[in-house]
Design a protein around this ligand. Structure first.
Ligand SMILES: Cc1cc2nc3c(=O)[nH]c(=O)nc-3n(C[C@H](O)[C@H](O)[C@H](O)COP(=O)(O)OP(=O)(O)OC[C@H]3O[C@@H](n4cnc5c(N)ncnc54)[C@H](O)[C@@H]3O)c2cc1C
Length: 284
């Protein structure tokens, strides 16, 4: 199908984009990489009357490291992240996750911020933001504000961004070298969104788990922290038995809906298997 007719404006700065959004109200939509918005427009699931293209705003590209925080600006493309040299375990997780986002043409156009603003519960970046308690920075007519990841994803395709706000950058903690990170996905075909995915980051000091973060995608209306499994890991030795126990808890604490891609029980089984595999290995 073809999209409904729309007007197109190109913003040269964040301020210009916000001004255009204020002018056109909720009939307008921000266009970043277009890899989710344009398919939705083609299917007429989205019918914006005006597109505000922010793709030319160079200030919104790239990443930087300061002390213990990595800042990724929202127009940074998936392929830029895949080829980035962000150091340490966070860098390893970013590069690996980026390689699992769709196919190369999608990674060449699609953006980090666009994916978060799109808020698909199976998206690698929504999982990572939830896993690491990212801080999302948005700019609107009243200025800048920060939204914690736990408050950002309201439900499927619904971020806590107002219609006249632009997501500008995202802060992630630069994980120290004691962190083991991993991501395990199950998808029917390479490049598809995962049916279920589990991302993990555990800190191990003197053979004891001192921090545990687990996040599942594809089991709820947003990426979900597996809090009971996390609690069971803290203070334990990183053994196969510890991981198996956490994986069992993880599968019990999710309550996914079944659909044509997999029943509730199948998804719970996947959470168990992927949690165990994610914890057992490390990308670093
Ligand atoms: C075949 C296919 C397979 C895919 N597979 C995966 C996958 O496996 N994993 C995955 O995570 N994604 C996948 N995607 C989606 C892809 O990652 C998109 O790039 C991403 O979801 C949206 O980023 P974008 O820059 O293209 O945003 P756009 O499509 O331009 O925008 C998406 C939405 O976010 C809003 N928006 C964008 N940027 C901002 C901003 N800075 N501030 C405020 N609002 C903004 C837009 O208004 C729109 O509502 C796939 C897409 C396709 C077509």
């Amino acid at each position: 199908m073809k999209p409904q007719a729309f007007a197109y404006e190109r913003a040269e700065s964040v301020d210009q984009a916000v001004a255009a959004l204020v002018e056109h109200g909720d009939e307008a939509k921000v266009l970043a990489g277009g890899q989710s918005l344009l398919p939705m427009m083609n299917f007429r699931l989205a019918r914006p009357e005006v597109l505000i293209d922010i793709g030319g705003i160079s200030d919104l590209r790239g990443w930087s490291l300061s002390q213990d925080t990595v800042t990724i600006r929202s127009l940074t493309r998936h392929c830029d992240i895949q080829n980035s040299d962000v150091p340490g375990p966070l860098g390893a997780l970013l590069r690996y996750a980026a390689g699992l986002v769709g196919h190369l043409p999608i990674r060449i156009r699609g953006t980090f911020g666009g994916s978060l603003a799109h808020s698909d519960p199976s998206s690698e970046w929504c999982m990572m933001a939830t896993l690491l308690d990212a801080r999302m920075h948005v700019m609107g007519p009243s200025g800048a504000r920060v939204i914690d990841a736990r408050d950002f994803f309201l439900t499927v395709f619904t971020p806590a961004i107002e219609f006249d706000e632009v997501l500008t950058h995202i802060e992630l903690p630069a994980l120290g070298s004691n962190y083991r990170v991993n991501l395990k996905e199950f998808a029917r075909r390479a490049g598809d969104f995962a049916i279920v995915a589990v991302m993990s980051a555990i800190e191990v000091r003197d053979n004891v788990i001192t921090d545990a973060r687990l996040c599942a995608g594809g089991v709820s209306d947003r990426a979900l922290r597996l809090v009971q499994a996390e609690a069971a890991l803290i203070g334990q030795a990183p053994t196969p038995e510890t991981f198996a126990q956490a994986a069992s808890l993880a599968s019990q604490e999710v309550d996914p809906n079944g659909d044509l891609h997999g029943s509730k029980e199948f998804r719970q089984d996947l959470v168990k298997a992927l949690t165990k595999r994610s914890l057992a290995g490390s990308l670093t």
